[in-house]
Design a protein around this ligand. Structure first.
Ligand SMILES: [Zn+2]
Ligand SMILES: [Zn+2]
Length: 289
């Protein structure tokens, strides 16, 4: 069977990645780009084959099923839609600390890709808002899902707590909401320690940390606005000042903090506000470079 020779072309929509991102109901959505037409299965992802006895059976398409499954994993990860465009390529670190943070994130991806089956120590990105902490963890997640097919989840802990509270009134069990996150091989806990941290919230957090801590093959990444010292000398802006009153240890308690130190490396991020420095504000005139 001869196939027509693929024409070299560049799709401006997906830049020949074959898939595109969008935001759907507040979550990242990835799908095949319209430029991609699978010649093997014509897009079904499944193909009829014959076994030795001549009996036809359906099996995955060798050309596109793998990518299709990974896009599916990405859509199931729960990444917020506003981070759909985030990648290592468009992370613009400000200051040496944030450059270091970028290189730690890249090293993490490299280490996991080298030995994907092995357990890897997690990372905890800490610092005031606007450093690009979530941008980095989302970039890690996307790359490991798309290139290694690693089952991953993203949880905004503050949102999850409100979902659980809401679930009680709908007779939805706490376990059914929490379990998908605990089971995933790679988990991002965003905004660790945000909230009042009352006894109930601590109990839920404790379930997360204990479960991840005890599962040797699982990897967990965190972001938090709190630092390990309680004050961050480089961050003096009024936006961040109130985040710095307590340390992470004071917020989460000694037991959880001690487990965090065993599970992951702490990476401090500080510098200018990543979001305002990389995007011109609507009111300010564009300066010439
Ligand atoms: Zn395309
Ligand atoms: Zn196909």
């Amino acid at each position: 069977m001869t196939r027509p020779k693929a024409q070299p072309k560049t799709c401006s929509r997906c830049r020949d990645r074959k898939y595109v991102y969008s935001a759907h109901e507040g979550k990242l959505r990835a799908e095949f780009c319209e430029c991609f037409h699978c010649e093997e299965c014509t897009g079904d992802g499944r193909i009829f084959r014959q076994n030795d006895q001549g009996i036809a059976f359906l099996s995955d398409c060798g050309s596109c099923a793998n990518l299709g499954k990974r896009l599916h994993l990405l859509n199931d990860a729960g990444i917020p839609g506003k981070f759909s465009p985030s990648s290592f390529e468009n992370y613009n670190p400000i200051g040496s600390q944030n450059k270091k943070a970028l290189s730690r994130a890249l090293d993490f991806v490299k280490d996991v890709k080298e030995v994907p089956k092995e357990p890897h120590r997690g990372l905890l990105f800490m610092g005031g808002p606007g450093q690009g902490k979530t941008h980095l963890v989302v970039s890690i997640l996307k790359q490991l899902i798309l290139e290694e097919g690693i089952d991953s989840k993203f949880v905004d802990f503050f949102h999850l707590l409100s979902d659980i509270r809401h679930g009680y009134s709908e007779d939805q069990s706490e376990k059914s909401l929490i379990e998908p996150y605990l089971k995933s091989r790679l988990l991002v806990i965003d905004e660790l320690a945000k909230g009042r941290n009352n006894e109930w919230e601590q109990t839920i957090l404790d379930q997360f940390i204990s479960s991840r801590y005890n599962a040797a093959d699982k990897m967990t990444l965190f972001t938090t606005n709190y630092t390990d010292q309680g004050t961050s000398p480089a961050v003096t802006g009024s936006r961040t000042a109130h985040f710095q009153k307590q340390s992470l240890q004071e917020k989460v308690g000694d037991r959880i903090f001690s487990r965090l130190t065993e599970m992951c490396d702490f990476i401090k991020m500080e510098g200018g506000d990543y979001r305002s420095e990389t995007r011109p504000s609507r009111n300010s005139p564009r300066r010439k470079a």
